[in-house]
Design a protein around this ligand. Structure first.
Ligand code: CP
Length: 315
């Protein structure tokens, strides 16, 4: 693996999942990365991605440097050819290249603008960063995808599934603010690399971009989608068609204990952070069928498997 920007960089997903699960049994691999530096660059807030990737780096013996650009770095100009006479003193061209001088691998988080669909779906910032960094790059959630999260989600489903071909349901759920489509896009993309039965349920107007929805079954009736499900994966996202808009906040789409009764005693999953009694009610989130904490725990092993693969093939 040269870099990890999307599902397309995972040549063999079952092998990557097996690697993560074997690392989970024996996580300390200090010799593998003891001579290397990992830089983690955040343009947006994070709890899980920051700490789990940092821990993965430490498990590999790496020196890990973390920088929050939103509060600590110079504001970055990303457009080429502009007169930089505004409030952005540093160009991404120099910033990425300089970070590449200090680090052997760089993780970057840069969310969608939710205002310019073309630029977001072209992965304008991530591509620029990759172009100038000069070292392998790991996507820690970009405008359109969150592959470390999705790899984690598959690892977790593999751990908990009780039949070879589980029914996995991605359900939209209400949220007060406009959120990117990245987690939902990525989850849909990765699940469709498996042979699981896969259903996406959401209100009309929340259709994912066709390249991410792929051939998934779309069911506008949430109750029907939940029938016989083994895993309920909840997530909010703003509209792709009416780009970045919150079309409604219908609490009837919240995942409740009553709705979970339609499933095959399904496990409840969410990438976190999650808004209680908005996305999911307390009864579901606090039940023994909720595996959100175990899922978050697996973020370490997903990140470590990716770092391990990049180190072995490139460094
Ligand atoms: N799921 C996830 O990426 O969490 P953070 O935003 O806290 O990193």
């Amino acid at each position: 693996m040269q870099s990890f920007l999307s599902v397309n960089d995972a040549d063999n997903i079952p092998q990557l999942i097996d690697l993560a699960r074997s690392i989970k049994k024996n996580p300390l691999q200090k010799n593998l990365g003891g001579h290397l530096t990992l830089g983690l660059i955040f343009m947006n807030p994070s709890l899980r991605t920051r700490l789990s990737t940092q821990k993965a780096g430490h498990n590999l013996g790496m020196n890990v440097m973390v920088m929050n650009f939103s509060g600590e770095g110079w504001a970055l100009e990303t457009e080429d050819g502009v007169v930089m006479n505004g409030d952005k003193p540093e160009h991404i061209k120099e910033a990425a290249a300089v970070i590449g001088q200090y680090c052997d691998i760089i993780g970057i988080r840069s969310f969608a603008t939710l205002s310019d669909r073309q630029k977001d779906y072209d992965e304008f910032v991530l591509k620029k960063f990759v172009q100038y960094a000069g070292v392998p790059v790991i996507n820690m959630e970009s405008a359109t995808v969150h592959p470390l999260q999705s790899l984690t989600d598959l690892i977790t489903i593999e751990e908990y599934k009780t039949r070879p071909r589980p029914k996995v349901v991605l359900t939209w759920a209400p949220h007060p603010k406009a959120l990117p489509q990245a987690v939902a896009n990525s989850f849909a993309q990765w699940v469709q690399k498996t042979d699981y039965e896969f259903v996406i349920t959401h209100p009309k107007g929340y259709e994912l971009a066709p390249e991410f929805a792929g051939k998934a079954t779309i069911e506008y009736d949430q109750a029907a989608a939940f029938e016989g499900a083994d895993f309920i994966y909840a997530k909010n996202w703003s509209s792709y068609t009416d780009y970045g808009k919150v079309l409604h906040q219908d609490l009837n789409w919240m995942v409740t204990e009553e709705k979970m009764k339609r499933t095959r005693n399904a496990f409840f999953m969410h990438c976190l952070p999650v808004r209680r009694n908005m996305i999911v009610d307390d009864a579901v989130l606090d039940s023994d069928r909720s595996i959100v904490i175990q899922e978050a725990g697996n973020r370490v092993y997903a990140a470590q498997a990716v770092l391990h693969s990049i180190i072995q093939s490139t460094l």
